[in-house]
Design a protein around this ligand. Structure first.
Ligand SMILES: Cc1cc2nc3c(=O)[nH]c(=O)nc-3n(C[C@H](O)[C@H](O)[C@H](O)COP(=O)(O)OP(=O)(O)OC[C@H]3O[C@@H](n4cnc5c(N)ncnc54)[C@H](O)[C@@H]3O)c2cc1C
Length: 264
C-alpha cells in the first residue's frame, strides 16, 4: 500500500470539498474493492475520504410507489429488507447473490455502482429496473450512469447519495456465477416496467447492456420460448480464463430465458 491521507468527514459538503481538492483523492465506502486494490498497489490515491460518518447515506425507504436506497446501504441490508422484499423481490434476491457473507456485510450499493465492475450484479438491476442514481449534483438515469469498463458518468467531486428504483410489474435476476468470487460470468435482469420490457445483461461485455431484440420479442409474448432463438453476437464480449466470448454469448440466452421463467 502507498501512503495516503485519511479523512472521515461528517458531512457530504466536507466530503465533496476534500474530494475536489486533489484529483488523486478517492472515496471509500465498504472498501471491499478499493482496499484490495490499494494493497496490490494498483491505485495510489493522495487522500482517502471515508463516507462512513456521514449521516443520511444509509437506509431504505418506500417512496413514490418504489424504493429509495441510500448509497452506504450494505448488500446484506438490501437482501434482508422487508420493504425491498415486498416491493421489488428480485432486487432483494440480487443483493443476496453478491459475493460471500463478508462482502455482503461490508460492500455498499453506492460503492458497487460507482466501481462499475463489468461482472457486478447491481448494474443489471439498475438498468433492468430503470433506476435513477442520485448524486450530490444531479439525478442520472441508470443507462446514462454506466458508461464503460469501470467507468461511470460521475465527475471527480461527485458523490452517489442514493438510488431510486421504481416498482416493476414483474422482475427476476439470474446469474451464472464464477464459483470462486461469485461475480457474474453472465447475469441477466428481466423486468416488466412502466416503459416496457427491459433485458439487462452484466458480466458478458465490458459494461452492462440491454438486448433490444429480446425486449421486442418479450413485448409480443412474455415467455421464455419467445426468445429461445435470439442469439447475441459474441463480437466484443469478454473472454477470459473463466469463459470465452462465445460461451458468454450462449449464456446470455440461457440466463435470459431462466429470468423470464422466474419473473413473478
Ligand atoms: C471476494 C469478492 C467477491 C465479490 N463478489 C461480487 C459479486 O458476486 N457481485 C458483485 O456485484 N460484486 C462483488 N464484489 C464487489 C462488492 O460488491 C463490493 O462491495 C463493491 O464492488 C464495492 O463496494 P464498496 O462499498 O466496498 O466500495 P469501495 O471498495 O469502498 O469503493 C469502490 C469504488 O467506488 C467509489 N465509491 C464508493 N462509494 C461511492 C459513492 N457513494 N459515490 C461515488 N463513488 C463511490 C470508491 O472511490 C471506489 O472507487 C465482490 C468483492 C469481493 C472482494
Amino acid at each position: 500500500m502507498y501512503e495516503f491521507n485519511y479523512h472521515k468527514p461528517a458531512s457530504l459538503a466536507d466530503a465533496a470539498k476534500l474530494l475536489g481538492a486533489d484529483e488523486d483523492a478517492k472515496l471509500v465506502a465498504g472498501g471491499m474493492t478499493l482496499v484490495p486494490t490499494l494493497k496490490q498497489r494498483l491505485a495510489k490515491p493522495s487522500d482517502l475520504v471515508d463516507l462512513a460518518a456521514i449521516g443520511g447515506l444509509k437506509g431504505i425507504k418506500e417512496e413514490g410507489g418504489g424504493v429509495t436506497i441510500g448509497a452506504m446501504t450494505r448488500h446484506i441490508d438490501v437482501h434482508r429488507s422487508d420493504v425491498v422484499k415486498r416491493v421489488i423481490p428480485a432486487l432483494a434476491a440480487l443483493a443476496g447473490m453478491i459475493g460471500d457473507p463478508a462482502v455482503r456485510n461490508r460492500g455498499t450499493i453506492g460503492g458497487s455502482i460507482s466501481n462499475n465492475d463489468p461482472a457486478a450484479d447491481y448494474p443489471a438491476g439498475l438498468v433492468g429496473l430503470g433506476a435513477t442514481v442520485v448524486t450530490t449534483k444531479r439525478e442520472i438515469v441508470a443507462e446514462d450512469f454506466f458508461t464503460g469498463l469501470f467507468e461511470t458518468a460521475l465527475g471527480q467531486d461527485e458523490i452517489v447519495t442514493a438510488v431510486k428504483f421504481p416498482k416493476p410489474q414483474a422482475a427476476a435476476y439470474q446469474k451464472f456465477k464464477n464459483p470462486a468470487s461469485r461475480y457474474a460470468i453472465v447475469g441477466v435482469f428481466v423486468a416488466k416496467t412502466g416503459s416496457g420490457i427491459h433485458v439487462a445483461v452484466t458480466g458478458a461485455g465490458p459494461c452492462v447492456f440491454r438486448v433490444p431484440e429480446m425486449e421486442a420479442a418479450l413485448g409480443k409474448s412474455f415467455s421464455a420460448d419467445a426468445i429461445k432463438d435470439i442469439s447475441i453476437p459474441d463480437d466484443g464480449l469478454n473472454s477470459d480464463i473463466h469463459a470465452s466470448a462465445e460461451y458468454r454469448a450462449h449464456l446470455v440466452n440461457v440466463m435470459a430465458r431462466r429470468a423470464v421463467a422466474a419473473c413473478a
